[in-house]
Ligand binder design. Structure first.
Ligand code: BES
Ligand code: MN
Ligand code: ZN
Length: 500
């Protein structure tokens, strides 16, 4: 795999050779304490190139011969105080993009007015550099000429020159945990389904005990005892058995009710007997994006030793099709006792989550449950790829999630729930059916279905079908699997639920 950029914070002076990156304010002005020839060169280039120091604009120039380094990047922050949190990530990403192919980069992290940049912003900037450097190239065999040694791609080493390196390092240590969680989620989504089946996924989760997470894996026998027939029905058309993984992080006061995060982990979704069309079916290797985000979040919370109790639960199945596969019209009894008519075997995510949610609230009595799922194509029709759908029975939780979305850049848009929609899933032969009937409000009826299994606990559902994978590349994400949800939920926890 491509090696990620490495970051160090230094208090040293300007480098000799290599690439120097500077931050600029309005009109291309840079830190006044920089040597005059350097400032003049940038000002001139800014004038000629009409570089205005606009937020995230980049001026890329060769350094004049009398300066001691080779290339100069000037990145606009116009002005630092209008930079939103996400802009610092984007800024880091924009710098990393321009530095691609370089081995050493020094960033002079002072604003145009010479002002120091807050450690938290520096940490996000550095995170943006690392996240931009992520590339899933595990299966690209290296092209080499006969007789040549395989050359690993050189990693970018970044020195960030700051006033207070210790403070920046401390802020980045926390941020690094979130980056690791995001990258873990991206890896899981990008992995093909032949490599990552339910058992392999559970094995990867089990490895996280090295980070201080308590892990439990339920096999099919155990889930059978628990009467999780809704989840097991989805798995029965695949030769690869289902798993449920439970991750616990106990960083908060002992005995305090945990926050709970539940993820849809369909390692591949063929649709089952209600089979999907062939076009783009390959993308259904990402139908575990919700589970990946839950795993990444738990990794992040553990990595930064969050002062909170949290539990992550993921239902891991393959929705495939063989002679034993579930049929349209089958009726299953979920762990809750609710009977479900499976009218469309492609509406499988809700069946998996039905048992995961019920189990979660019954066993853990959490403060709230948030589920993440690549649940419906309809949410992509409604919101495209720039917002995930948010459904909730609790306005406080919903508002906090919306705020965390704004702050993290992983944006949410609230969608409705209501008895009118709930009526759409009433069953003919059983309590409920797994589709809403017709195409109207497909994401809402899916959410209504989930709500039947939350037992009136505070709950939110994030439909991440449009954001967990295949979302447009941006400054700090070029990967198909985006890791959406990790940064968002870490922000939610940090802003509202950690012990003082
Ligand atoms: N995994 C899909 C939803 C999906 C679609 C995710 C496209 C990402 C991209 C889900 O299991 C599904 O098939 N949903 C059906 C529901 C329908 C049968 C009621 C859908 O959206 O068409
Ligand atoms: Mn499906
Ligand atoms: Zn699915």
């Amino acid at each position: 795999m491509a090696v990620l950029p490495s970051i160090e914070f230094v208090e040293a002076s300007l480098p000799e050779g290599g690439v120097l990156a500077l931050l600029s304010g309005e009109g291309g002005a840079v830190d006044a304490s920089l040597p005059e020839p350097l400032r003049k060169a940038v000002e001139k280039a800014a004038r000629v190139g009409a570089f205005k120091g606009k937020r995230l604009g980049v001026l890329d120039m060769l350094a004049p011969a009398d300066l001691s380094f080779d290339r100069l990047l000037v990145v606009g922050t116009h002005a630092a105080n209008v930079m939103e949190d996400e802009d610092w990530l984007k800024l880091g990403g924009a710098i990393a993009a321009k530095a691609k192919g370089t081995e050493r980069l020094t960033l002079w992290a002072r604003g145009a007015d010479g002002a120091a940049i807050a450690p938290r912003d520096l940490a996000r900037l550095a995170a943006g550099i690392v996240l931009r450097g992520y590339e899933f190239d595990l299966y690209k065999s290296k092209k080499k000429k006969a007789g040549e040694e395989e050359e690993p791609k050189a990693a970018l080493t970044v020195a960030i020159a700051v006033g207070d390196a210790a403070a920046a390092r401390a802020a980045f240590a926390r941020e690094e945990a979130i980056v690791s969680g995001t990258i873990l989620a991206r890896d899981l989504v990008n992995e093909p389904a032949n490599v990552l089946g339910p058992v392999e996924f559970a094995d990867r989760i089990a490895e996280l005990s090295a980070h201080g997470l308590e892990i439990e894996i339920l096999d099919e026998a155990k889930m059978g005892e628990l009467k999780m027939a809704a989840l097991l029905g989805v798995a029965q058309g695949s030769p690869r058995p289902a798993r449920m993984a439970i991750m616990r992080w106990n960083g908060g006061p002992e005995g305090e009710a945990p926050l709970a995060f539940v993820g849809k982990g369909v390692v591949f979704d063929t649709g089952g007997i209600s089979i999907k069309p062939a076009g783009s079916m390959d993308e259904m290797k990402g139908d575990m994006g919700g589970a990946a985000a839950v795993v990444g979040l738990m990794r992040a919370l553990a990595g930064r030793k969050a002062r909170v109790n949290a539990v992550g639960i993921v239902g891991l199945v393959e929705n495939s099709v063989d002679g034993n596969a579930q049929r349209p019209g089958d009726i299953v009894t979920a762990m809750s006792g609710t009977t479900i008519e499976v009218l469309n075997t492609d509406a499988e995510g809700r069946l998996v989550l039905a048992d995961a949610l019920w189990y979660c609230q019954e066993r853990f009595q959490p403060k709230f449950m948030i589920d993440l799922a690549t649940l419906t194509g309809a949410i992509i029709v409604a919101l495209g790829h720039h917002h995930a759908g948010l459904f909730s029975n609790d306005d406080t939780l919903a508002d906090r999630l919306l705020a965390a979305g704004k702050a993290s850049g992983e944006k949410l848009w609230r969608m409705p729930l209501g008895p009118e929609y709930d009526k759409q899933i009433e069953g003919k032969f059983a309590d409920i059916k797994n589709i809403g009937g017709g195409r109207a409000a497909g994401s809402v009826t899916a959410a209504q279905f989930l709500q039947r299994f939350v037992n009136d606990k505070p709950w939110a559902h994030l439909d991440v079908a449009g954001t967990a994978m295949g979302s447009p590349a941006n400054e700090y994400n070029q990967s198909w699997g985006s890791g959406f949800g990790v940064r968002l939920l870490d922000q939610l926890v940090a802003d509202g639920y950690e012990a003082g």
